[in-house]
Ligand binder design. Structure first.
Ligand code: DAH
Length: 338
């Protein structure tokens, strides 16, 4: 008859050799599973003589209890080992230095935007914001553009796949000038406002990007003249570039929404960019038709408007010669401004 102490010993060894819970359960099956050795011995009891059966049965039960005890002890040991490993791998060394966090910075074009708001607020201008998906009317018609003006064409302007009530496709605003009309129609004169924001045109090279920024300015009262435009805009440039060493000229030009119209050029009279004229903005006295579209009487209300590119101003302020740098998100470039 099989020596049960050997069987117990062999189970203990097998359990001790199991390194994983799954291996331990396999080992268990070999002894006390459905076809395990203990189970087989139990089943064989029936073939013994009755007097032998009783003592042998007790012996097998004791062996089974011993094997179960060994199994449970090993289960606990494995569970403990697993917990120990987990704690070890997840331990935090609180004495290590922190990883540190790099704070975000302000994009140079945004910095320009903020500075412009600050400068114009300081002389009593409101700051307005408006939709980037505009209507054809606000973008062109209200600004005195003739129906076949090239700016309307698909080559210059992006359109979205939606139409307005008249069946005209909606443009992505190609300039901030619609904000003149939007603001003037919803505010009482006198009007003093700037509207900085994103604008869109089908254009892409070193000095043009399909998305860019402009700031629109508008001052309407009963006597705001071209002289006021010259004074306000020249003063703005001196504040923005933080220097008096610049000269400003107002060169005759054409825009449908102003009369007279000018392009504003400036020249630094010192520093590395001394002596070169740089185009910086469109401007003019608002055309009577546009004043009418504001809902005002051009016989009574008059004033100036301007529209300047924020990328342009930023490039001049920092001496950047490729506009695409603004949109590439290269931190080596951007970090220089923070
Ligand atoms: N909207 C013009 C453009 O995008 C710029 C401009 C010119 C705006 C003259 C004005 C203005 O308000 O008076 O090219």
């Amino acid at each position: 008859m099989q020596d049960l102490s050997e069987l117990i010993e062999s189970a203990r060894k097998d359990f001790a050799a199991a390194e994983q819970p799954a291996a331990l359960e396999d080992a268990k099956a070999r002894y006390i599973g459905k076809t395990g050795q203990i189970t087989v011995l139990m089943k064989a009891l029936g073939q013994l003589a009755p007097e032998e059966r009783r003592s042998r049965g007790q012996e097998i039960n004791r062996a089974k209890a011993a094997i179960e005890a060994a199994l449970n002890a090993r289960r606990e040991a494995l569970a403990e080992e697993e917990l120990r490993k987990k704690l070890e791998s997840e331990a935090i060394d609180v004495t290590l230095p922190g990883r540190g966090r790099t704070p975000g910075g302000i994009h140079p074009v945004m910095r320009t935007w903020m500075r412009i708001e600050e400068i114009f607020r300081s002389i009593g201008f409101d700051v307005a914001d408006g939709p980037e998906i505009e209507s054809d009317w606000f973008s062109f018609t209200a600004l005195n553009n003739p129906p076949n003006h090239p700016a309307r064409s698909m080559q210059d302007t992006f359109y979205v796949d939606r139409t307005d009530a008249e069946g005209r496709q909606l443009p992505l605003r190609p300039h901030t000038s619609p904000m003149q009309v939007r603001y003037a129609r919803t505010h009482e004169a006198p009007i003093k406002v700037i509207a900085p924001g994103r604008t869109y045109r089908v254009d892409s090279d070193a000095t043009h990007s399909p998305m860019f920024h402009q700031v629109e300015g508008l001052w309407i009262d009963e006597n705001v003249s071209f002289t006021d435009l010259k004074g306000v805009y020249s003063n703005f440039l001196r504040c923005f570039f933080e220097t008096n060493d610049l000269v400003v000229r107002f060169r005759p030009s054409y825009f449908p929404f102003t009369e007279p119209s000018v392009e504003v050029d400036m020249m630094f009279t010192s520093g590395p960019r001394k002596g070169k004229w740089l185009e910086i903005s469109g401007a003019g006295e608002v055309h009577p038709n546009v004043v009418r579209n504001y809902g005002l009487d051009p016989e009574k209300h008059i004033g100036f408007a301007f529209g300047s590119g924020l990328e342009r101003l930023t490039m001049l302020r920092y001496g950047i010669d490729d506009l695409r740098l603004f949109f590439e998100g290269d931190l080596r470039f951007l970090r220089q401004f923070n």
